[in-house]
Design a protein around this ligand. Structure first.
Ligand SMILES: [Zn+2]
Length: 314
C-alpha cells in the first residue's frame, strides 16, 4: 500500500508542475510521508540543505576518471589526447566524471537508483549537466554535433524500480534544455535479446562484482547490440557514452564495442560519479596493455545503503 502510494506521489513529483509549485507541495508531501535525508538522516527532506550543498560542491568540478578503470576500451585514435606520445601504448577511453563515488555522492546515487528517491534527481542532473558540458567541449570541441548515447538499462531493473534512473536524469535535462549546445540523446544501443536470459546476466539485485573476473567478462561481452535508432547517427559524428557510475568501465566498453562496430566515433564517456582510482594511480598513468572487455559493470555494489555511504564502495 505504502509502496503504491509512494509511486503515485513520485509520479506527481516528476510532473513539471511540481517544480513550479515548489515548497507548498513539498511540505504537503513530507506531511503524508515523513522522510529523512539520505546522507545524514536528518528528518524532513530526501536531501537536507546542508547535504545538498555538500553534494553540489563534490560534483561541481568535473575531472578525468578513466585511470584505474581497467575495463575501459582504448581511446579513439586521433581524438584522445594521450599524455604519452608513443602510439603503441594503450590509452583508455577518456571518461569525465562530475564527482567521486564516495560519501554524500554515493549515498545520493544509491538512494536515487535503488531506494526510489527520485526527488534527488535534480541535484544529480545538475552534476551530470556539468560533466556533459565539460566533456562536450574538452573532448569534442572541434565538432558541431555530438551525440549522447546512454548505456541501456535492463528491463528487469526498470520493472523492479518502476523507473529508469539514467533515463530520468537525461529526461529532466532534455525537458529543461540543459544539454550542451550541439548535442542530442540517441538510444543507439540496446540490450541484445539473448542477454535478457538468466544464463547471461547476473540475477537482478546481485552485483557483477560477485562474479569472478572471467565471469564478469562473459557477463557483459556481447550483451548489447545496435538499436534501429543507430541509423539516425550521421556519418562522422562523434559520440559520448553516458552512464551514472563508472567502476571498471566494462559496461561502457560494451557500449563502445557496439558503436564502433557500426562505424561511430566514440570520443569518450560521461558519468555522474566514478569510483576513486586505486591509491598510487595518478592521472598520468598509461596502461601498457590493452584492457579487454572485462570487469564489473557500472552498477555499484550495494550491500546496503549505509555501507555505500561509509565505505568508498569498492
Ligand atoms: Zn543531510
Amino acid at each position: 500500500m505504502r509502496q503504491r502510494l509512494e509511486r503515485y506521489l513520485d509520479e506527481a513529483r516528476l510532473h513539471p508542475l511540481w517544480d513550479r509549485t515548489g515548497g507548498a507541495l513539498r511540505e504537503f508531501w513530507s506531511l503524508i510521508l515523513p522522510t529523512e535525508c539520505v546522507v545524514c538522516e536528518q528528518a524532513d527532506s530526501s536531501l537536507c540543505v546542508d547535504c545538498a550543498v555538500i553534494l553540489r560542491r563534490a560534483t561541481v568540478r568535473p575531472f578525468r576518471a578513466e585511470h584505474g578503470a581497467e575495463g575501459l576500451p582504448e581511446a579513439e585514435a586521433g581524438l584522445a589526447v594521450s599524455l604519452n606520445p608513443a602510439v603503441h601504448l594503450f590509452s583508455p577511453l577518456p571518461v569525465v566524471a562530475a564527482g567521486e563515488y564516495a560519501k554524500a555522492v554515493a549515498a545520493a546515487i544509491l538512494a536515487f537508483k535503488n531506494h526510489g528517491h527520485t526527488d534527488i534527481a535534480r541535484w544529480l542532473q545538475a552534476a551530470l549537466a556539468g560533466a556533459l558540458h565539460d566533456a562536450r567541449w574538452r573532448l569534442c570541441g572541434d565538432y558541431e554535433h555530438v551525440l549522447l548515447i546512454p548505456v541501456p538499462s535492463r528491463g528487469v531493473s526498470i520493472r523492479r524500480r518502476g523507473y529508469d534512473p539514467l533515463g530520468l536524469l537525461l529526461g529532466g535535462l532534455a525537458r529543461r534544455r540543459e544539454f550542451p549546445a550541439g548535442t542530442r540523446v540517441v538510444g543507439a544501443v540496446r540490450l541484445s535479446r539473448p542477454s535478457l536470459g538468466p544464463a547471461t546476466l547476473v540475477p537482478d539485485g546481485l552485483s557483477q562484482k560477485s562474479l569472478g573476473r572471467r565471469g564478469r567478462r562473459r557477463n557483459v561481452h556481447g550483451s548489447m547490440e545496435a538499436s534501429p535508432m543507430i541509423r539516425n547517427i550521421p556519418k562522422g559524428a562523434p559520440c559520448l557514452i553516458v552512464d551514472d557510475v563508472l567502476t571498471t568501465g566494462a559496461t561502457i566498453a560494451e557500449t563502445a564495442r557496439v558503436l564502433r562496430a557500426a562505424g561511430i566515433i566514440v570520443a569518450g564517456a560521461v558519468v555522474v560519479a566514478a569510483t576513486p582510482a586505486p591509491r598510487g594511480e595518478n592521472q598520468a598513468t598509461v596502461t601498457a596493455f590493452p584492457a579487454s572487455v572485462e570487469g564489473a559493470s557500472s552498477e555499484p555494489t550495494e550491500k546496503n545503503r549505509r555501507v555505500g555511504v561509509n565505505s568508498n564502495n569498492g
